[in-house]
Design a protein around this ligand. Sequence first.
Ligand code: NAD
Length: 499
Amino acid sequence: MQELGHWINGKRVAGTSGRFADVYNPATGEVQARVALASKAELDAAVADAAKAQVAWGATNPQKRARVMMELVRLINRDMDKLAEALSREHGKTFPDAKGDVQRGLEVIEFSCGAPHFMKGEFTDSAGPGIDMYSMRQPLGVVAGITPFNFPAMIPLWKMGPALASGNAMILKPSERDPSVPLMLAELCQEAGLPDGILQVVNGDKESVDAILDSPVIQAVGFVGSTPIAQYIYERAAATGKRAQCFGGAKNHMIIMPDADMEQAADALVGAGFGAAGERCMAISVAVPVGDETADRLIEALVPRIEKLKVGPYTAGDDVDYGPLVTSAAMERVKGLITSGVEQGATLVCDGRDFKLQGYENGFFVGPTLFDNVTTDMNIYRQEIFGPVLSTVRARTYEEAIGYAIDHEYGNGTAIFTRDGDTARDFANRINIGMVGINVPIPVPLAYHTFGGWKKSGFGDLNQHGPDGFRFYTRTKTVTARWPSGIKEGSAFNFKAMD
Ligand code: NAD
């Protein structure tokens, strides 16, 4: 049995707490490794070493730090297939989807190569008589990233890029469900030239998370995961004076107007609803067709597409549309929610509960599931299912449709499909949701924009990646300077390259 430990001070180390969690191959249901769960003492020791290492890293000129990011880009590209394979094996997503996971993280490392630009402050010459005023951006010191299972490459890289490039040391606490890829990324950081101690990967569960939150040394926590934990982290981090950005769960609505291109909308819904088995915070889980005629056409277009979906292990290659859920508990929870939908009166159009795959009977698979006539009081509407389940809520009018999305407690992403610019514009302006797609089902902003949800999908103000990522992991100092009159003659000014 493979044992996964931590990455501390530039090497893999075994855990000492004596506590472990099982890491599954979700396609077969077998335990393929166990991961050490750090104690508070192990976490505190990693933080202390990170704090020592950060002093020199924070003082390194930003261009040199950016060069480490440039080399990391090369190494991640070199090892793309290796990373994606390890990711699929532990997470269960298809190989092309795993490559997408690595790629969208890599793009934030590419963006982080611009760190010297983002670290620049502002300058006012002669703010008063003989007085100059300027601001500088400085790293915070030791910061933390706490990440979820569903993007084990992308989200750690979203945290690492801006945090490390701006001169911080980072404690990364990845998900205990799929810990291999974050450890591999740490190895690549070292190969790229990151000094030891600047990235400490500490595997663990609530004990290590609480130790992060209570640490007087750690200055900021970037969290991504479920909403109850996001809120908990936000509150406890604030209690010790840390800054926190905590991104939570989602229930993303897609509105389909009567004038939408129905073939395009149905294709988009199938990809956005069932891709990665619905285990994406930007998955579309609620379809809101406007008008019964639109709804009937939508269901008619969706059913044959859903029936054609191929569910299987990542090892089946391109022949698979999506894979298993991450754990048996996740699978049982999703099946339980499907049953609750039936009991509460929704129309079950496609039922994925009895899905079985020959040779993979113990895998955590759920077949694609489609509900019609879902109402807002049902559990399947109120809760994030995080599985391959698409709910259809019929709306009579555009106002009713936008109202559903506005009133839902989550506000991560949303989309509208229409040919009418005026409707789309009104939707984008009025919706109280962080990321909006117009004829685009999964509007994940690229690395140079920022990513973040509203309402119960995001706590804190600054978003992830883009310029906000650098703002979150740095702080501003403003200097007001007046110099006594000095000697202006006799000095030698040699043009000299920066060391
Ligand atoms: P999770 O909340 O269970 O775990 C996230 C992290 O918190 C993990 O590192 C985990 O070890 C830790 N954790 C879990 N329970 C804890 C506790 N009681 N105390 C302290 N720490 C704890 O989330 P998950 O199941 O790994 O990920 C899926 C969730 O993440 C979904 O809700 C999904 O929508 C959300 N998500 C959100 C975004 C976003 O950007 N908004 C992106 C990806 C995933």
